[in-house]
Design a protein around this ligand. Structure first.
Ligand code: PEP
Length: 247
């Protein structure tokens, strides 16, 4: 079983989101794959309640605030996202960390509220190109995981996504060897926190310029349990081709 997730970022308003669903050929995707789409907040409810939504296409929120309610103009809470139909929450996406300056501590608070609200967290970790060149891949991704590990381990279910910052939206992809190294590092840390069988069931997704042409090769890498797809998930045909190629 593989988890194939699409992060739509700031694309696809409610009508375009519904058009995507009409065009998306869920039957082309092996039935063993789990499908998740992360639409914009404005499209989330429309997508989650759409009549044309096959129940296999689950919906998640791209980001939440760390408080449950209050005077936080422009923010949304995990419980609101759940009420609107989200089942998953992306936390710590590279753009949250590097465009909006989200810190590890804020990421931790967000994982806490996501878990207590009953959403399934998908924690994103990944190094910048400078960190990679300095040989810090292991240190960075473990730090980003460890800050949220207690909360994650208290959740009935969670996912981790390894998304090297330098591969997001750049057309550059990690090699299968790079992915194996990073995913193996994360898996071994999860094994220390959980029992080995439990850790082996935590899906670790790879993200960063995944396309129909490279999905199969990345999925074959050891410890890669699924894909988190940005740009190529916006088009229904390319997203279903990626999901079909994923095994
Ligand atoms: C992402 O936004 O999580 C992502 C991996 O983007 P892209 O596939 O466009 O690199």
């Amino acid at each position: 079983m593989a988890v194939i997730a699409g992060n739509w970022k700031m694309h696809h308003g409610p009508n375009e989101a519904l058009d995507f669903l009409s065009d998306f050929d869920v039957d082309a995707v092996p039935s063993s794959h789990e499908l998740i789409v992360f639409p914009s907040n404005l499209s989330l409810h429309a997508l989650a309640t759409a009549e044309q939504r096959d129940s296999r296409v689950q919906v998640g929120v791209q980001n939440v605030y760390w408080e449950d309610s209050g005077a936080f103009t422009g923010e949304i809470s995990a419980s609101m996202a759940k009420d609107a139909g989200a089942a998953f929450a992306l936390i710590g996406h590279s753009e949250r960390r590097h465009v909006f300056g989200e810190t590890d501590l804020q990421t931790q608070w967000k994982v806490d509220i996501v878990v207590s609200s009953g959403l399934v967290p998908v924690l994103c970790v990944g190094e910048t190109i400078e960190e990679r060149k300095a040989g810090l891949v292991e240190e960075v991704i473990l730090r980003q995981l460890e800050v949220a590990l207690d909360s994650l381990c208290s959740a009935p279910r969670f996912l981790v996504a390894y998304e090297p910052v330098w591969a997001i939206g750049t057309g550059e992809t990690a090699t299968p060897e790079d992915a194996t190294f990073a995913h193996g590092t994360l898996r071994r840390r999860l094994e220390r926190a959980l029992s080995a069988p439990h850790a082996s069931r935590v899906p670790i997704l790879y993200g960063g310029s995944v396309k129909p042409g490279n999905a199969a090769e990345l999925m074959e890498a050891r410890d890669v349990d699924g894909l988190l797809v940005g740009g190529a998930s916006l088009d229904a045909t390319s997203f279903s081709q990626i999901a079909a190629a994923a095994g």
